[in-house]
Design a protein around this ligand. Sequence first.
Ligand code: PLP
Length: 397
Amino acid sequence: MSESATLAVGAKVAAARAKGHDVVAFAMGEPDFDTPANIKQAAITALESGMTKYAPTAGEKSAREVIAQKLTRENGVATTFDQVTITAGAKHAIYMALQAIIEPGRGDEVLLPTPAWVSYKPLIELAGAKCVEIAGAVENGFRITRAQLAKSINAKTVGIVWNSPSNPCGVAYPADEVRALCDELALHERIAVISDEIYEKLIFPEIAPGLTHLSPGSLASLASRTITVNGLSKSYAMTGWRVGYLAAPLGMAKEIIKLQGQMTNSIPSFFYPAIVEALTNSAAGVETMRARFAVRAKLMHDELSSVPAFRNVAPNAAFYAFPDVSAYFQKVSPNGAQITNAQSFADALLAEAHVAVVPGEDFGECARGNIRLSFACSEANITKGVARIRDWVAQLR
Ligand code: PLP
């Protein structure tokens, strides 16, 4: 299987910095903020009070209860604690959800609206299914249509991986479009929905007035076959903690807990009080970070719009911009590098202008002309990094 493209760029940034280069990194999908102090303190207190032993595989009941209440109250996904499994990041939740719905050797197909996060396709294939990409056009803000979805479904389709707001697109689907796509899925009883809602709290109505999040699991037609995935990494600035979770229909949840019991067992036990603290007492901290990301989304879009020949979709959620830079393919860089695709564009940009971006290839077939820039960094970095890009592309011949 392929290496994670985003983690690979992270390693290149570290190598360039070790050589003394001043790199502006738009590569990593993680907030530059620190975890809010009250959440850290909850873990420290738990650790000091001796919460150092194995915990139940799916997690402490108190934390599972709080997650079930959050899903029920905020997302309309009616959930009880026994449907919840707390996982080592949302990544592991997605892995297990795919294992739960795919039967290897049966010819299963799983739908993936693209551009999509780099790990979905390898994880779908690892679980034994074919990944069927549905391309979201730049002209439609990277969003797929109901007609495209309907055309991609066949007798082998067992699931769809749904991700709104999206990494790498930086956009959320309007609720009415989610509903229309879900109406189509509802017609096909065999299809399970894995809904990755990790960027749910990072939506910018300041940019797209009226934009709201809609969880497929809140719709009666899909509730009994939707696995809702979420986690604390992005909204609570907790990437290094590795805390994710999923809520599944009860029968499926029991199987997933068996799988986790054989693979990793519970997450570190002293994190459970921190999860409760995050979900019950941190809304103000999340809102402060969200508002900052909204400012940066606008700044990043304004800056990228000033780069000639970039085709941009204005980000309205998460913390990514995903311009199409293919107008520069078949050109030669100042140092003589042939720019033939997004990978060579990104490599030469890092080597010559010291700006790190993630090339689009691994985000889907339709993303081969794009690069991803994370704006989970300071406003000064955004201005400085895009200025370097603007100067560098001006020298491509
Ligand atoms: N889902 C999406 C769409 C992501 O962008 C990421 C991280 O980049 C993850 C899941 C993984 O999150 P976690 O840190 O909880 O494993």
